[in-house]
Design a protein around this ligand. Structure first.
Ligand SMILES: NC(=O)c1ccc[n+]([C@@H]2O[C@H](COP(=O)([O-])OP(=O)(O)OC[C@H]3O[C@@H](n4cnc5c(N)ncnc54)[C@H](O)[C@@H]3O)[C@@H](O)[C@H]2O)c1
Length: 290
């Protein structure tokens, strides 16, 4: 989507953190932006922050797990704003969840519900309208570098983000013939309150009243500026790049991972029953997912 001027973007989790960084970058480029977020307070703060862009920025209260809410949002966009060109499925939760065997069911359901199912909900609710209006468009799904490597803090975060990677790699091939590009955002540490927000939500989820979660020690607070990530996303949308890696220092971790995977490819378990990799791996072998 080379020319983004006056095009309409919707960003989930757009009221704070990386989503707000995207909103800033898109507004600076002359786009119209809808920030969709579950937090009414965060939306109000964001509208204050973006007051210089009044008329180009709009807020929608939406929990990405709520499918009826997505239907209402789709109708609201059609009735009030017109064609949607850029959908950023960015809302997500991340934090310390303990060992998988000890992780409460409610935490698993919450994190997977937002990080993974929330993206399905967004694509399902808005993808058909984006494909139908004929002006082209783009979808950006936020995963994480932890969509490729094990997390130090949370197997369920890894599970959700690996899911986003797989879903997006397939989605890209499905949307291409419809004129919709897809990008997969995989940031490393970015300076946001994601850990504190998780602690707060999880407390509520578990029926506790520990609403004022103390700061959580992590590399996140020393991380990248969310606006830098937002600007990088904008470049990927304009250039139709699929993978958006913001932290190239992870390159050697990828190399080690793929070396280990290749080294584990030994003899066939049963010769004479080889899969047709030309078909199964078509997109990658032909460079479509490069
Ligand atoms: N911060 C990092 O270091 C980092 C690194 C890699 C990936 N990510 C990913 O980036 C995305 C944004 O994270 P962030 O760091 O900006 O977090 P954040 O907590 O600062 O912001 C997330 C925003 O999403 C909103 N949100 C949470 N649950 C929601 C729901 N159910 N429906 C709608 N909105 C909801 C929150 O209210 C908040 O405004 C997430 O998907 C996260 O996993 C973050």
């Amino acid at each position: 989507m080379r020319d983004v001027t006056n095009k309409l973007a919707l960003i989930t989790g757009g009221a704070a953190g990386i989503g707000a960084g995207m909103a800033q970058a898109f507004l600076d480029a002359g786009m119209r932006v809808i920030i969709a977020d579950r937090s009414e307070a965060a939306l109000a703060r964001a509208l204050d922050r973006f007051a210089a862009h009044t008329g180009k920025i709009h807020a929608v209260e939406l929990d990405v797990r709520d499918r009826d809410g997505w239907k209402r949002t789709a109708a609201h966009i059609r009735d009030t704003h017109g064609n949607l060109h850029l959908l950023c499925n960015n809302a997500g939760l991340g934090g310390v969840t303990g060992r998988l065997m000890d992780c409460p069911e409610a935490d698993f359901d919450l994190m997977l519900g937002v990080n993974l199912i929330g993206i399905y909900n967004g694509v399902h609710a808005l993808g058909p309208d984006m494909a139908a209006h004929g002006e082209g468009g783009h979808i950006v799904n936020t995963a994480s570098i932890i969509g490729h490597f094990p997390s130090m803090n949370s197997a369920i975060y890894s599970a959700s983000k690996f899911g986003v990677v797989g879903m997006s790699e397939t989605l890209r091939n499905e949307m291409r013939p419809l004129g919709i590009g897809v990008s997969l955002l995989c940031p490393g540490n970015t300076r946001t309150d994601i850990y504190e927000n998780w602690e707060r939500l999880r407390s509520v989820n578990q029926g506790k009243d520990n609403i004022d979660a103390p700061p959580v020690a992590s590399g996140v607070h020393a991380g990248m500026d969310p606006l830098a990530v937002g600007r990088r996303v904008l470049r990927a949308v304009r250039d139709d790049e699929f993978y958006i890696f913001t932290h190239p220092e992870y390159r050697r971790v990828f190399a080690a991972r793929f070396d280990a995977v290749l080294a584990a490819h030994g003899e066939s378990a049963e010769t004479g029953h080889e899969d047709d990799v030309e078909t199964v791996g078509r997109a990658i072998l032909r460079g479509a997912a490069s």
